[in-house]
Design a protein around this ligand. Structure first.
Ligand code: HAM
Length: 414
């Protein structure tokens, strides 16, 4: 039997209904703040991600599905949405619109990661991007909107970690300072940390051996080294979050797997998720549009994993699927009239299903009951018996009277 590729999954109707709830909540929450939906292509020029996400990142180094389009151009299935949205912003001259341009998306993304619970090779993200504003209110508003979405979906056990990365120059200087500090304490560090001082000094913050941890308690942090503008921006973001009653933990070791971030970065985790605890995160990317050959343009945004939100919410209950009318046939010769009645009912705005499996009349009534149909029309040679499934009451009608009779009682759906 041929199976779906490793790390991918089918979205069966039950799950599709839950995802619809995610989509509706997103539309409601982001729409109310003036964000409008965008959809970009599933694949893009590979260079967009190499430049945008960063050559040195794991995503670009190891996780991209890259292929030749047959004409010598390298294409890649999108591993994330921010670079594509920025490309679209430039390609469609959106800098001419009122700024910031506020966009949201709900799309699938592709990363060749080792599959496990909450980590897939094709997964879905809800994302929001505000391009063209450097105001700290934009950062704070986006964080609040993500918090609102997680809350509306009932995502449990969330924590918000917040930091600022400053500018690339501040970061480079800080890295050198940290290396000097680590070299001075090399004897006290775990061996693997010591070996990686030059390559990845920030890793030292993640180590769990006592010696390294003791050294790191007094290590300089990037937050202490922000320049005045970046420090002021960050202070304002924090003040706005404090006013909004959003709890967060300052985490100067917060690293995100994408190179485009500047200034504010954040991540929501959920303790329901285990190892893959990141449920949604984002940050500012003031250099990205320029990196893509655009004019200097600030931007900020986030993305949240749909599967991870659903895993940690668990009780996202889609509204029951309702059937107003089940059209049954008493005899095979009633099928043409039944077919027509079901079609007319749908045109009148009712949710109507037709018997399609050649069941006995008893079987049809049982099936209608299982579907929780409100009415069953039993079509028999020009006559229709309309049965109200709740009361059991049955009336004889002519075919043209059936739909008005149901409409008089009001549709369930609306
Ligand atoms: P990211 O942190 O790489 O950020 O991904 C955002 C979210 O997508 C994660 O928190 C996680 O819930 C979900 N996710 C990531 N990889 C997987 C996977 N393999 N399987 C399942 N879920 C996954 C970004 O992608 C940035 N573009 C966010 C952003 C927008 N920053 C600024 N604007």
């Amino acid at each position: 039997m041929i199976q779906a590729p490793r790390g991918t999954f089918d979205i069966l109707p039950e799950s599709a209904a839950q995802r619809k709830v995610v989509e509706q909540q997103t539309e409601k929450i982001l729409g109310a703040a003036g964000y409008r939906r965008i959809e970009t292509p599933t694949f893009e020029a590979t260079e967009l991600f190499a430049r945008g996400v960063g050559e040195a990142t794991d995503i670009v180094q190891k996780e991209m599905y890259t292929f030749d389009d047959g004409g010598g151009r390298s294409l890649t299935l999108r591993p994330e949405g921010t670079a594509p949205v920025c490309r679209a912003y430039l390609e469609h001259g959106m800098h001419k619109l009122a700024q910031p341009v506020k966009l949201w998306y709900l799309s699938s993304f592709f990363r060749a990661e080792a599959p496990q619970r909450g980590r897939y090779r094709q997964f879905w993200q809800v994302g929001a991007e505000a391009i063209g504003s450097a105001a700290p209110e934009t950062d704070a508003e986006l964080i609040v909107l993500l918090a609102d979405l997680l809350q509306a979906l009932g995502v449990k056990g969330t924590r918000l970690r917040l930091s600022s990365l400053g500018t690339p120059a501040t970061r480079a200087e800080y890295r050198e300072e940290l290396k000097v500090y680590l070299r001075a304490h090399a004897d006290e560090l775990a061996e693997d940390v010591r070996k990686r001082i030059e390559l990845n000094p920030l890793r030292a913050f993640d180590a769990d051996d006592r010696g390294t941890r003791a050294v790191m308690r007094d290590a300089p942090t990037l937050l202490d080294r922000l320049d005045d503008h970046d420090a002021e921006h960050f202070a304002r973001v924090r003040a706005l979050l404090d006013d909004a009653g959003i709890r967060y933990e300052l985490d100067p070791t917060l690293v995100r797997g994408l190179d485009y971030y500047t200034r504010t970065v954040w991540e929501f985790t959920s303790e329901e998720l285990g190892a893959q605890s990141g449920v949604g995160g984002g940050g500012r990317y003031d250099g990205l549009i320029e990196l893509l050959d655009g004019p200097p343009t600030p931007g900020v945004g986030w993305a949240a994993g749909v599967e991870r939100m659903l895993l940690s919410a668990r009780d996202v209950v889609p509204p029951a699927e309702l059937v107003d009318l089940y059209v049954a046939t008493a005899k095979p010769d009633g099928t043409r009239a039944a077919f027509e009645l079901a079609r007319d009912a749908r045109r009148a705005g009712l949710q109507a299903q037709l018997e399609l499996a050649g069941r006995s009349l008893k079987g049809q009534l049982k099936h209608a009951d299982r579907l929780r149909a409100r009415f069953v029309a039993i079509v028999d040679n020009g006559h229709v018996a309309l049965k109200d499934m709740a009361s059991g009451e049955q009336r004889e009608l002519t075919a043209p009277d059936v739909i008005p009779a149901i409409l008089r009682e009001g549709r369930i759906g609306g």
